[in-house]
Design a protein around this ligand. Structure first.
Ligand SMILES: [Zn+2]
Length: 288
């Protein structure tokens, strides 16, 4: 597995779109390594751990899971050190532990609405049938925040949560000035139409930008973003949210987005659709 150097103390692997492998990262300490996310299979995790050891990162390690989604946790079963996760991540993993993972069981869950087709299709690519999925319950539970002192750097682990996953943690390495945000800045996927809500996204962005990070690592975004690139992306997302809030029809919002930024029109219009759905749900909730 090819690793890329982000700072003197951080190496990361590339995301794989086809099977939805997220970026995995290693933060080097004096005595041990903190690994961000366990990946979408035992093989994914093992390839990464081996590649880190080949780069002389300390073999003793601990893994922190950003959130409960399969692509971030399936590899935990082969981690050699302890695994840390938020309380809600652990609860969700206890639920997943009781599931069957055969093609039939996955298909049945998609039909029942407890699994989504996007994940099912990626699971079968990463783990062809017959598949074994072992869910390992993390040994260490995080509630609000935790500091892991690696000697060379301190890592702040904080529970922020988002519409994508209520349990979501972010990890900030102080010496490296790198913030790992996982999938936190993405939509809710598991409840019908994908959505997010302008006000919530706004507050989330403020919170993420409050860290003095020079680099921001999102699990499925490559290349890794500099602070300037991340700020520009956030400004664009915010603007789309504002456009949707200010117009009363999705069509009108899409028109404005297409006129202002033709190059990213398609992406922007998709995002507008998610914001529109989020607002619709918010209004429905108030009406109830
Ligand atoms: Zn996710």
């Amino acid at each position: 597995m090819k690793l890329e150097k982000l700072t003197e103390g951080i190496l990361f692997s590339h995301p794989v779109e086809e099977s939805d492998r997220p970026i995995l990262a290693g933060i080097r300490g004096d005595e041990f390594t903190l690994i961000i996310d366990a990946g979408n299979s035992k093989a994914h995790y093992q390839e990464f751990e081996t590649a880190l050891a080949n780069q002389a990162f300390p073999k003793r390690n601990a893994v922190v899971l950003t959130h409960w989604h399969w692509d971030h946790i399936f590899g935990a079963a082969s981690a050699t050190g302890p695994v840390l996760a938020h309380r809600l991540t652990r609860e969700k993993m206890m639920e997943l532990k009781g599931y069957e993972w055969t093609d039939e069981a996955l298909e049945a869950r998609v039909q029942a609405g407890t699994e989504i087709e996007f994940c099912r299709s990626c699971i079968v690519k990463e783990l062809p049938s017959p598949r074994q999925v072992a869910i390992r319950i993390p040994e260490i539970e995080v509630e609000d925040s935790l500091i892991v002192d690696l000697g060379r750097t301190r890592c702040v682990i904080e529970h922020i949560g988002s519409e994508h996953a209520k349990d979501h943690l972010i990890i900030y390495s102080e010496e490296d000035r790198v913030l790992f945000i996982g999938d936190i800045l993405f939509v809710e996927l598991y409840d019908g139409e994908w959505y997010w809500t302008p006000g919530k996204v706004e507050r989330l962005i403020d919170r993420l930008l409050s860290y003095p990070a020079e680099w921001v690592v999102a699990s499925h975004v490559y290349p890794v973003q500099s602070r300037a690139a991340f700020e520009a992306e956030c400004a664009w997302i915010r603007w789309i949210g504002e456009v949707v809030e200010a117009t009363d029809s999705l069509e009108a919002a899409k028109r404005m987005i297409g006129e202002k930024d033709p190059q990213r029109a398609e992406e922007g219009m998709g995002m507008a659709g998610w914001f529109f759905e989020g607002l619709k749900r918010e209004i429905e909730k108030i009406d109830k």
